[in-house]
Design a protein around this ligand. Structure first.
Ligand SMILES: [Mg+2]
Length: 351
């Protein structure tokens, strides 16, 4: 099985600011695996904590790891080998997605069907980054109009403090008014201290927020039991949970976990995370990094497994190189092409 690479720079429509910084775009790596005249494709959105901050680091790691004979192994065997070889999780995700895409194409079946799933899934949230109140007042109506979304995920944990968080939240509340069909979720990306988290969760619960994600910084989990006790809102962790093996650590102090393909190394481990979480009665959400329609389509292929869905990065890209899963009535719907169903727009035109 031969490996190939291509890189695309993705521009963001709106710069995304979270507690840790701002992103205006990303250089994503695309990995192709070819055997028997079939090519499967995967995508890596680079990440510092995923151990590959540039496409070159991801490409170098995969070139060092990959051997053509691995095409004869099962996908689980390749995944375990790559994990043991310490391949960065986002590069492993690209490889794993390409392997599953290849397998789906070989079987001539869409991945959601190979996994024994239906296309039915929850509607996706759309993300509102940290911004001054006047900016969100302008932006939120445009995003809601364009996406028809029923869930807003509001990024808080502003470096300017919880007063800035409250001012931004109030501005959004003012814009969406009393819309009963719109649920508000909050992701602090670890931007609060334990005391701030306790105060903000109460404040947000009084304002009808559905749940809070990653209230505390990764590494500060010892304070989670204090937050969890008498919590006014369900708590999901994201940065604190990367692989299925992390889940047993948090089962007594969280309501749910947010998995991302880039963080866990692709679909193979995502399935393990879902199984582990369900065994512990922990809820599961699927989120994304700065991914184009390719990785989002891979995520949508297992979308039926999740309590909450956050597959919206492609909606904020102005030059998506791929087409695939589409946004239909707020749901990221897989198509019926074999594999994950995403194709490069330039290759589609050639065919
Ligand atoms: Mg998050």
């Amino acid at each position: 099985m031969k490996i190939q690479f291509r890189t695309h720079h993705l521009n963001k429509l709106y710069p995304l600011r979270i507690s840790r910084g701002t992103s205006t775009g990303s250089d994503n790596l695309y990995v192709g695996l070819t055997m028997d005249g079939i090519t499967g494709w995967g995508e890596m959105s680079p990440g510092i904590s995923e151990k590959a901050s540039t496409p070159q680091i991801g490409e170098d790691a995969l070139k060092e790891f990959w051997q053509p004979a691995y095409g004869q192994l099962s996908i689980h065997e390749v995944w375990d080998k790559a994990r043991r070889a310490d391949v960065p999780s986002c590069a492993l995700a690209a490889l794993d997605i390409a392997l599953w895409d290849w397998f789906g194409k070989k079987c001539n079946q869409p991945l959601y069907r190979i996994f024994g799933l239906s296309k039915k899934m929850a509607a996706t949230s759309v993300t509102i980054g940290i911004n001054p109140p006047d900016v969100v007042k302008e932006r939120v109506p445009e995003i809601l109009e364009r996406t028809q979304s029923k869930f807003l995920k509001i990024k808080l944990g502003s470096p300017e403090g919880t007063e800035a968080d409250q001012a931004m939240f109030e501005a959004i509340k003012e814009v969406v008014g009393s819309r009963k069909d719109l649920a508000l979720r909050v992701d602090a990306n670890g931007g609060w201290s334990p005391d701030e988290a306790i105060a903000m969760m109460k404040w947000l619960a009084d304002r009808g927020v559905e749940y809070v994600e990653q209230p505390l910084k990764e590494g500060e989990e010892k304070h989670l039991p204090r937050l969890f006790e008498n919590r006014p809102l369900p708590i999901y962790v994201d940065e604190s949970c990367r692989f299925s093996e992390n889940i047993p650590n948090w089962v007594d102090s969280v309501d749910g976990v947010n998995l991302k393909l880039m963080k866990c190394g692709g679909l193979t481990e995502a399935l393990r995370i879902v199984a582990t979480a369900r065994a512990h009665k922990v809820k599961v959400m699927i989120g994304c990094m700065s991914e184009s329609t390719l990785s989002i389509s891979a995520g949508a292929s297992i979308g039926a497994l999740f309590d909450a869905i956050d597959l919206d990065s492609q909606l904020n890209i102005t030059n998506d190189p791929c087409s695939g899963a589409t946004l239909t009535d707020g749901v990221v719907l897989p198509n019926d092409l074999p594999g994950h169903g995403a194709v490069f727009i330039d290759q589609e035109e050639e065919n």
